[in-house]
Design a protein around this ligand. Structure first.
Ligand code: MRU
Length: 345
């Protein structure tokens, strides 16, 4: 399976997802600043993948700071953490991974810089390894919900490219196929950044999973024709009440699914939950460059000077979600009370 994130020595190699599907090229990152820039520029994307990349970035920061006295080491680490957190605002896995790294460092405060550096590299490695294991658990639980034969609609990219490996929603699809189920996928193109057209179709083709590309505005018609059995998407942040932030266009799919009585599933690791937020209205939504709307592959498609609005994510209310699939199990009809079990045990 393709690796979105690769480590060689103390360098991070990130598959340049901006170039897919036409070019397979890795960007070499030798400092935490390189990684921050790669996250900002979408070389690496997808909530779990940016979390893991940021964890490695902090390990790199520790390498650069290891000869500093403790106060400077921790101040430098905090600066790197703050800058990394500011690269993308919505996916909470980024903040989760950075906070986990900072906590590990703080708990070892008596140690030398060289010792801390080792500890932080080991923790980043642990975050990356755990992500794959977590995705496989999500996939096992999720595959139980997939009938023997299913036409699945998905949005954005939630596969190996969006994680350290295997994927969340696409991991479930992978696992269902491994179980011998007859699965076919409709991939929304996912305007305006085209993660579905460029990345999901590519991943599905690599795995020989039947996939059909559709433009986002075709999804409702497919549902009306009875050609979609279920919808499966990922998440970037889930509030305590089960409201889900995911790639722009997810909410429209959930409304359509309700109207057509089609199950709407969200797959995400516990690290995507933000129990500090009461509901989805508190989730910060990234707004991206208007050029994503005014240009297509470098060519202008809208009048110069046109006013644009380009939110990268939307909020799907918990009431529209059939179930959230996590590594700890499936939470049906998610609500604050039902999600408590994830928080506590
Ligand atoms: O802007 P992106 O490409 O980082 O957005 C990615 C998504 O919205 C995914 O659905 C989400 O991160 C889950 S990935 C397992």
């Amino acid at each position: 399976m393709i690796k979105a994130i690769d480590i060689k020595g103390k360098k991070l190699f990130l598959l340049d997802q901006r170039l897919l599907p036409t070019e397979l090229q890795y960007v070499e990152c030798s400092s935490w600043q390189d990684v921050a820039q790669a996250i900002r520029k979408m070389v690496v994307r997808g909530a779990p993948a940016i979390g893991a990349a940021a964890a490695y970035a902090l390990a790199m920061a520790a390498t650069a700071l290891q000869k500093m006295p403790p106060s400077q080491f921790f101040a430098g680490l905090a600066d790197a953490a703050n800058e990394l957190k500011a690269t993308r605002p919505t996916a909470v896995n980024l903040m989760w991974a950075i906070d986990r790294m900072l906590n590990v460092a703080r708990m070892q405060e008596g140690k030398t810089g060289a010792e801390l550096e080792k500890i932080l590299w080991a923790e980043a490695e642990k975050i990356a390894t755990e992500d794959i294991a977590v995705n496989k658990k999500i996939s096992d639980f999720g595959a139980e919900l997939i009938p023997k034969q299913a036409r699945i609609l998905t949005h954005c990219n939630t596969g190996a490219l969006a994680t350290v490996g295997y994927g969340t929603a696409l991991g479930i699809i992978r696992r269902a196929v491994e179980q011998g189920k007859r699965i076919s996928v409709f991939a929304d193109e996912t305007r305006p950044y085209l993660q579905g057209a460029r990345l999901t179709t590519w991943e599905m083709l690599q795995e020989n999973i039947p996939v059909t590309l559709i433009a986002d505005n075709m999804a409702g018609f497919l549902m009306q024709q009875g050609r979609v059995d279920l919808i499966l998407v990922g998440a970037d942040r889930i509030a305590a009440n089960g409201d889900v932030a995911n790639k722009i266009g997810t909410y429209s799919l959930a409304v359509l699914a309700k109207a057509h009585q089609i199950p709407f599933y969200v797959a995400a690791p516990i690290s995507t939950f933000d129990f500090t937020l009461r509901d989805g209205s508190q989730i910060p939504i990234e707004e991206r460059d208007e050029e994503e709307l005014t240009h297509f592959a470098g060519t202008r498609i809208a009048p110069a000077g046109i006013s644009c609005y380009n939110p990268a994510f939307d909020i799907t209310p918990a009431a529209l979600i059939t179930a959230i699939i996590t590594e700890k199990g499936v939470v049906r009809e998610p609500s604050r009370e039902r999600l408590l079990c994830l928080r506590e045990g």
